[in-house]
Ligand binder design. Structure first.
Ligand SMILES: Nc1ncnc2c1ncn2[C@@H]1O[C@H](COP(=O)(O)OP(=O)(O)OP(=O)(O)O)[C@@H](O)[C@H]1O
Ligand SMILES: [Mg+2]
Length: 441
């Protein structure tokens, strides 16, 4: 039986609504003000909350917020006698299912309730199974944390910002999010924002009408409309122009788009996932990226750590790719010697997982050995540093030059440098301190 909470400070309409819903076979609970509503919401999850907007001191917006926070899969319908566009837009943004102006017709309300419950059921019946992230390899804390966040937020409509260096798996994660949402059987449309020139990007995203610009010979749907009901993945979002940033902000605020050359808005129901390898906060500071857009996109941040910060995943990934490429070209899967594995595990991987994937692919294609050796992988050398004799005359001087070059290769990161050189952090600090006092002399 569907559980519904009715929040309304006027007793008569509240009771009437409750009787109406009970007659439809639903379980209706009542709250006579916002405070009671919040208490009830904290105690149990409702399939649907129908709430009045104007209440003192806790209003319908707060009820909506709490309801969505407690139970993101539940739906909320807002009622108000003071229908203002602004409130309804705010309510929709916060995830309200519908917004009805009082007085409303009974059948309009019942219809809205029916649709809200149907949507709730659709979300609820989606159960991602446990090994559903099987194509995402890794068991490091770093990747586990990412997968946990993803499993929590995949089946919501939150906008997601995925950050991480090139090749860390941003697109892979975006696909996983779509696949684990109730939108999974609707389209996922991927847009690479750098490869499209400015005017093209806009008409690609939003579509255009005939005659909007030279060459626009007929009306054309944009990618937002293509993704209707599904997900749009905007890759390299850090590279869009101020003009497109402004338009995108409007889509996020209003849930509607306008085709280029058209003033007529089109409602879109599309989940937005964006990715970038830039640091958007820095871009905001530099004035390259709108702050308001940044905050709207960064509702749920997902950060993919670079491979060198999750080295325990390297063996798993290496074996995974060896198997995959051997199968693809019909070779027997070769084994990996301990030395080769050690080398892979010590390498810096500036190109992250994509680099590992490419190197393994090349190795499998070129080698016919049963056991792969370090030289089969053609890595530059452990740590990504060229092998050459360190500068210096004495052992101490050579050690200093090795430490300083490694430190530079890891952009000054002490932890990685120490790990790479096989010394403790304390030793590294002690040595660096000693070098400092040398130069001070
Ligand atoms: N955890 C993982 N397990 C298995 N394969 C992975 C994993 N992470 C990434 N890959 C693979 O590595 C390659 C690069 O991943 P992806 O394209 O998602 O990276 P990206 O962060 O979007 O890179 P870029 O910023 O360069 O676009 C893909 O082939 C992807 O399938
Ligand atoms: Mg990518």
């Amino acid at each position: 039986m569907s559980k519904i909470l009715i929040v309304e400070d006027m007793a008569n309409p509240r009771k009437a609504l409750s009787i109406l819903l009970k007659k439809q076979g639903m379980q209706a609970d009542e709250a006579e003000n916002g405070r009671t509503a919040l208490e009830k919401l904290r105690k149990q999850a409702y399939d649907l909350v129908i709430t009045d907007l104007k209440m003192e001191p806790i209003d319908g917006m707060q009820v909506l917020r709490e309801a969505k926070e407690r139970n993101p899969a539940g739906e909320v319908i807002m009622l108000t006698a003071f229908g203002s566009i602004e409130n309804s837009v705010d309510a929709m943004k916060l995830g309200a299912f519908d917004y009805l102006t009082k007085p409303f017709k009974v059948d309009v309300l019942l219809n809205s309730v029916k649709n809200a419950l149907a949507k709730k059921a659709e979300k609820q019946n989606f159960h991602p199974d446990d090994d559903s992230f099987q194509d995402i390899i890794g068991h490091s804390d770093g990747i586990n944390q990412v997968l946990w966040v993803v499993s929590q937020i995949a089946n919501t409509n939150c906008t997601i910002l995925i950050t991480g260096e090139s090749g860390t798996g941003k697109e892979l994660i975006a696909r996983a999010i779509h696949q684990h949402s109730y939108r999974h059987n609707k389209p996922m449309v991927t847009v690479n924002c750098v490869t499209l020139a400015e005017t093209l990007l806009e008409s690609e995203l939003f579509g255009h009408v005939r005659g909007a610009f030279t060459g626009a010979v007929r009306d054309r749907k944009g990618l937002f409309e293509e993704a209707q009901g599904g997900t749009i993945f905007l890759d390299e979002i850090g590279d869009i122009t101020p003009q497109t940033q402004k338009k995108l902000l409007r889509v996020l605020q209003e849930g509607e788009i306008r085709r280029v050359g058209d003033n007529h808005p089109v409602k879109v129901d599309v989940r937005i996932i964006v990715a970038t390898n830039k640091n958007l906060e820095v871009e905001v500071e530099k004035g390259n990226f709108r702050e308001d857009l940044y905050y709207r996109l960064n509702v749920i941040p997902v950060h993919l750590p670079p491979l060198r910060e999750r080295r325990e995943d390297i063996p798993l990934l290496a074996h995974h790719f060896i198997k995959k490429f051997a199968r693809e070209i019909g070779k027997e899967t070769p084994a990996l010697s301990k030395e080769a594995l050690d080398n892979l595990a010590a390498y810096a991987w500036p190109g992250n997982i994509r680099e590992l994937e490419n190197i393994v692919e090349r190795t499998i294609a070129l080698s016919n050995k049963k056991i792969l050796q370090p030289e089969d992988f053609m890595l530059k050398s452990p740590g990504g540093l060229e092998k050459k004799l360190p500068e210096g005359r004495t052992l101490a001087e050579m050690e200093k030059s090795v430490i300083l070059t490694t430190l530079e290769a890891f952009s000054g990161n002490h932890k990685q440098t120490a790990e790479n050189l096989g010394i403790s952090l304390t030793t590294l600090w002690r040595k660096l301190k000693a070098y400092e006092s040398q130069t001070a002399d």
